[in-house]
Design a protein around this ligand. Sequence first.
Ligand SMILES: [Mg+2]
Length: 121
Amino acid sequence: MIKVLVVDDSDVLRRITKFNLKRAGFEVYEAVDGLDGLKKMKETKPQVVILDVMMPNLDGFGVLAKMHEDLELSGIKVIMLTAKGGDDDAEHAVKLGANMFLTKPFSPKNLVEAVNELAGK
Ligand SMILES: [Mg+2]
């Protein structure tokens, strides 16, 4: 089963995203901020990470930078969640190694398609 880790400080976003991904047949894990995200990546070894930009402790860009430095994490595919109007964020995320980005609010269908594409399904 494909493992997906959702890293977002919003309880509501995590709940909705988890619901949709589980329904699509993925094994889903959650992390509440950037530091928790890095820890859970090591524990759960997901194929795909859904990564928010704005988070306490360590933001999405900081997480990407840390992943890039860590051989254990650098191969994990990343879908960055950017805010509406955050074109600079999307560009920055791609430069730092994000594979795709979705602008909030995104549809469940687009999310599932993005995960499937990155997971090579
Ligand atoms: Mg946030």
